[in-house]
Design a protein around this ligand. Structure first.
Ligand code: BGP
Length: 473
């Protein structure tokens, strides 16, 4: 498709990239910041946490965005970004999570970040909680298992809504909220090891997050006229491994576990299938009348990460666990995979966009998508760069499917690729799992200068944005 051809992407479609504070900022103990769970998770989500921060934790310095944010935002502007997804580190604003007063230095830092975005007309898309619960809330309250976290989160949300009035319109309440069922510490700040956690405690924690999310939505709508608040979930289409109806039913049940979170966010109440699951699995939940009223505050849009699809089967002999974004699933024999074993399925993005649109009729926002790959820095015409055609192929094929979904009638607000600049991986805590258009000189062993270099994909994405998707092929 040449740039003169028409594009399916509507005028005003938001193009950009997505990050999280704990994976980019560093400065873990600067500016009055308290510790978050990430500061004691040096080796990725499946490894045990440590008691105190250890020097092998790459997240303590991240990619030094805390000091280099202006340079990075200028590079995003050079690519033509109209949106930049960041998270606010809750522990920068309330160092312990349960403090009575916010930390002014932390608030001022994000003022500077948002002001820098405004200089270039970049809209911030802000996640309130992206896998970085203040550590004190984990240790004292067992994270979201405790109802008290709702109040702490409400105070935090109100504080940042009021502070950034006029600077931030788009908000996400919890990153990948449906991941709490799979990674309770990462997602719910829950200290009890997963194997020892009862189903009732797990779903009670999920319930508290859902109430907190709906409450934040209500506060945003009160405090910020015109605010757009979205939920954020892992989207992972699940295909039956075989045509057997038993496998199709297994898919239905697996889908329910994922979709429950966005069903509550969009419909304002628990769906029948969830109530049945609670009944039949001895899940005793404390849901108050006030909770029910709060849940009725539904979101303005649904956002999601999309990296891969999986299969499901009812046959225990064939139910093997493959690699994947936090939850994984049964591998699909027809699909290739990334170097980290995440299966690559561009058509799955069109499928999920259609399913979500048909189910909720709410605008959708793709807030994470991308390929984690090992990059090789090379010199071309005297400049250091990465020839990452594998990355642009992945992104191109997924964006073409977004265009198809738009032609299907799906309303899509925007697209932020994951990690527009290399950052520390969430699942493995590696630097070498790179997603960026911008290479960061930082290695798994902690060496490197933090210098930034434009990869080949940098120019490719700039063309996509300038042509509003017409340059995709
Ligand atoms: C999502 C998280 C992100 C991000 C991404 C890529 O689950 O929201 O924080 O890191 O996955 O995953 P990884 O970093 O493990 O490659």
């Amino acid at each position: 498709m040449s740039e003169t051809t028409t594009t399916p992407f509507p005028q005003g479609f938001l193009w950009g990239g997505a990050t999280a504070a704990n994976q980019i900022e560093g400065g873990y103990a600067e500016g009055g910041k308290g510790l978050s769970i990430q500061d004691v998770m040096p080796h990725g989500i499946m490894s045990p946490r440590t008691d105190v921060p250890t020097p092998d934790n790459l997240k303590l310095e991240g990619i030094d965005f805390f000091h280099r944010y202006a340079e990075d935002i200028a590079l995003f502007a050079e690519m033509g970004f109209s949106v930049f997804r960041v998270s606010i580190a809750w522990s920068r604003i309330f160092p312990n999570g349960d403090d009575a007063e916010p930390n002014e230095e932390g608030l001022a830092f994000y003022d500077r970040v948002f002001d820098e975005c405004a200089k270039y007309g970049i809209e911030p898309l802000v996640t309130l909680s992206h896998y970085e619960t203040p550590l004190h809330l984990t240790e004292k309250y067992n994270g979201w298992v405790s109802r008290e976290l709702i109040g702490f989160y409400e105070r935090y949300a109100r504080t940042v809504f009021e502070r950034y009035r006029g600077k931030v319109t788009y908000w996400l309440t919890f990153n990948e909220i449906n991941s709490v069922l799979h990674a309770p510490l990462l997602s719910g700040g829950i200290n009890t090891p997963k194997e020892q956690l009862s189903k009732s405690d797990l779903f009670q924690a999920a319930h508290h997050e859902l109430v907190a999310s709906a409450s934040a939505t209500r506060i945003a709508h009160e405090v910020l006229p015109g605010a757009q608040v979205g939920c954020m979930v892992i989207a992972m289409p699940i295909y039956p491994l075989t045509p057997s109806p038993d496998d199709a039913l297994a898919v239905l049940e697996a889908d329910h576990a994922n979709l429950m979170f966005s069903d509550v966010h969009t419909r304002g109440a628990y769906p029948g299938y969830a109530l049945r699951y609670f009944r039949e699995h001895g899940v005793e939940l404390n849901i108050t009348e006030e909770d029910r009223e709060i849940l009725a505050n539904t979101v303005d849009f649904v956002s999601f990460s999309y990296y891969m699809s999986v299969c499901e089967t009812a046959d225990p002999a064939r139910k093997v666990a493959g690699e994947g974004n936090i939850m994984g699933g049964v591998p699909n024999p027809t699909l290739p995979a990334s170097e980290w074993g995440w299966q690559i399925d561009p058509a799955g993005l069109r499928i999920v966009l259609n399913q979500f649109w048909d189910r909720w009729q709410k605008p959708l926002f793709i807030v994470e998508n991308g390929l984690g790959a090992k990059d090789q820095l090379v010199e071309v015409d005297g400049e250091l760069t990465v020839l990452d055609d594998y990355r642009t192929a992945y992104l191109n094929d997924h964006l073409v499917q977004v265009g198809e979904a738009i032609q299907d009638g799906v309303q899509v607000l925007g697209y932020t690729s994951w990690g527009p600049i290399d950052l520390v991986s969430a699942s493995t805590a590696q630097m070498s799992k790179r997603y960026g258009f911008i290479y960061v000189d930082r290695n798994d062993d902690g060496t490197g200068t933090f210098a930034r270099y434009r990869k080949k994909s940098f120019g490719w994405y700039a063309d996509v944005i300038r042509s509003n998707g017409a340059s995709l092929s």
